[in-house]
Design a protein around this ligand. Structure first.
Ligand code: 5BU
Length: 266
């Protein structure tokens, strides 16, 4: 199926926008901008923004977070056409995740197009996040986790299968999955079993390294896509490079040409 065919099947407007951005920017790259100072954040984002379809944040790691940060982020989003993905990994009872999504210092629902959630607490957490979204007029979506990229993680085939079911059940809100490309076929299995419209986002992508010193594992962009990922998530491979823009172009071109190859051969 082409990206366009897949786009037509989706039930969520954020997923539609992502498909559109992929086609218009010819990119399937997300920048995971895990720098903790606003100055560095905006300096790198300004340079890399033309090449990405989304920036991924861990907003609770940002020094001096305030409303001004969000204003600046949204103005860059409008200037360069990308979406915002807060990797919050919600993992509590429904009532608590709803509060975490909508209230407090960060008020994530106000500015993040997409967020992540674990399914360990059961579907109540997903139901609650979806309910919070339905109480607004915003276009929002959710990505759930059937896998992780860290070594020794405790994810199981049971969690993977349940994630696939939950995504189908709440397909107006859940737009896809975080996938971990480990060369063992488990990511391909998710791709085969998931509806085609679901997007698979693959972190743990780095051209220089196989792992970091804190159990993160990496594959090359080509492997992430070949195994069934649609979109790669790259952090340190870009923002720690001495030329982040050049690095982002390399990741973008390698991931995009692999995706086009996959699309043509399917
Ligand atoms: P890195 O610098 O490219 O290693 O950053 C990877 C990012 O993706 C980082 O923000 C992680 O929190 C995120 N991530 C991940 O690495 N692996 C996972 O399984 C999930 C998220 Br879920």
């Amino acid at each position: 199926m082409t990206l366009d065919d897949r786009k037509k099947r989706t039930h969520n407007s954020v997923a539609k926008k992502l498909y559109d951005l992929m086609e218009s920017k010819r990119s399937n790259l997300i920048l995971s901008l895990d720098v903790t100072r606003g100055r560095d954040f905006f300096d790198i984002l300004e340079r890399v923004a033309p090449h990405i379809i989304m920036v991924k944040t861990h907003i609770d790691t940002m020094h001096g977070f305030d409303a001004e940060f969000i204003k600046r982020l949204i103005s860059l989003k409008e200037k360069h056409s990308f979406l915002i993905f807060e990797d919050r990994k919600f993992a509590d009872i429904g009532n608590t995740v709803k509060l975490q999504y909508t209230k407090g210092v960060f008020q994530i629902i106000e500015w993040a197009d997409l967020v992540t959630a674990h399914i360990f607490p059961g579907p109540g957490a997903i139901v609650a996040l979806r309910k919070a979204w339905k109480e607004t007029r915003y276009e929002r979506g959710l990505v759930i986790l059937p896998q992780m990229t860290s070594e020794g993680n405790l994810f199981s085939p049971e969690v993977r299968d349940r994630a696939l079911e939950i995504a189908k059940e709440y397909c107006d809100f859940v737009i896809g999955f975080i996938g971990a490309s480990q060369g063992d076929g488990s990511l391909s299995l998710i791709r085969e079993r998931a509806w085609p419209e679901f997007l698979i986002f693959v972190p743990g992508v780095n051209i220089q390294k196989q792992k970091d010193e804190l159990s993160q594992t990496y594959v090359a962009p080509e492997m992430a896509i070949r195994e069934g990922g649609d979109i790669i998530i790259v952090g340190r491979g870009i923002y720690e490079d001495e030329a982040p823009e050049r690095a982002s172009v390399e990741y973008k071109e390698r991931a995009w040409s692999e995706l086009m190859k996959r699309e043509q051969s399917s």
